[in-house]
Ligand binder design. Structure first.
Ligand code: TXD
Length: 309
């Protein structure tokens, strides 16, 4: 079997973490690309030098030249500005839209058949920009946010109940922002709904913490945003596609009528496998959940309408 190739655009905090995990897990060869001269080359070389200790044979290359991305199976877009304290994800919109556009126009010439995972914020809107400038089919492009929002929720639940992280699953739908929709009803410990295990006030508290999970890290770091959990979330999705695992995860998928939403990317449960987005799973939602999801969709629509690219 030919080795897979994973290109990561943006060699910053999230990009470097993705490259590291992809190499450690030997999911394929890694190409790290950035506009800054020397940054991707330096990080790639440093990572490669850890190979004899971590026992991996993935090739790791750093570059500023899109020719080196040729024939990628997976492209991850992390290029762009990150938040500083006091900023919303929307504050990044116009600058990041220009960056995502320029990266997409280049990378797609070299890897027209790639599966693309967009990470840059504001996530749902940037995934739309990426689809527009790559022309990728909706089965070949998603935004990463739901896996991150649910792993945050999962970690809070496991810590609160003092149970293994492994046993906790959680669902978070909607946009990647404060209007996201954590779903306690569909979150469980070894199959037991958390609504059976925790009082409502405690669950409400964790739901709020999840919604502001990104801001909590930004406030602590002061110089940028989260990257360990975001990097691990991306690699979880890469793995599901390359290893054809068909995992059910929440991801920003292009909706055309599902959930009564049309023409935008937003977090819904999808099946990720060999072909990419194999299926958008439609859940029966309560009226309250439906209303929350539609509020989320309105916010994404507003962001898209304000776009300047
Ligand atoms: O859940 C999620 N989707 C997110 C999103 C979780 C965490 C971070 N999220 C967003 O990802 C964040 O708001 C940012 O928009 C991106 C990247 O975050 P990161 O923390 O990695 O930012 P850095 O460390 O500043 O890295 C960005 C890199 C940096 O090295 C720039 O030089 C590079 O992007 N960059 C470019 N690379 C290639 N091409 C162009 N045009 C370019 N412009 C900047």
């Amino acid at each position: 079997m030919a080795r897979k190739k994973i290109t990561v655009i943006g060699a910053g905090h999230v990009g470097a973490t993705v490259a590291q995990l992809v190499a450690y897990k030997q999911l394929g060869d890694v190409c790290l690309i950035d506009v800054v001269d020397g940054l991707p080359q330096g990080k790639a070389l440093d990572l490669l030098e850890s190979a004899p200790l971590e026992n991996f044979d993935s090739r790791v290359v750093g570059t500023n030249d899109y020719a080196d991305t040729d024939g990628s199976d997976i492209v991850v877009i992390t290029a762009g500005l990150a938040r500083k304290p006091g900023m919303t994800r929307e504050d990044l919109r116009d600058k990041n839209a220009g960056i995502v556009k320029s990266c997409c126009e280049e990378v797609i010439k070299h890897s027209p058949d790639c599966f693309m995972i967009v990470v840059t914020n504001p996530l749902d809107t940037m995934t739309y920009v990426a689809k527009k400038y790559t022309g990728l089919d909706k089965s070949r492009i998603v935004g990463m946010a739901g896996v991150l929002d649910s792993t945050r929720f999962r970690s809070f639940i496991a810590t609160e109940l003092d149970v293994s992280m492994e046993d906790v699953s959680a669902t978070v739908l909607g946009l990647h922002g404060e209007d996201m929709v954590p779903m306690p009803r569909l979150s469980s410990v070894a199959g037991i709904p958390i609504t059976e295990l925790l009082p409502k006030e405690k669950i409400d508290e964790m739901v709020e913490r999840t919604k502001f999970g990104g801001a909590e890290i930004v406030k602590l770091l002061k110089t940028g945003s989260a990257y360990y959990a975001p990097g691990a979330s991306v690699v979880n999705m890469v793995e599901s596609v390359l290893l054809e695992k068909n995992r059910l995860v929440a991801a920003a998928a292009y909706l055309e009528g599902e959930y009564g939403i049309d023409g935008l990317f937003m977090g819904v449960p999808v099946k990720l496998g060999a072909k990419g987005v194999e299926q958008v799973v439609e859940l029966n939602l309560t009226d309250e959940e439906k209303a929350a999801l539609h509020k989320s969709a309105e916010a994404v629509k507003h962001s898209m309408e304000s776009l300047k690219v």
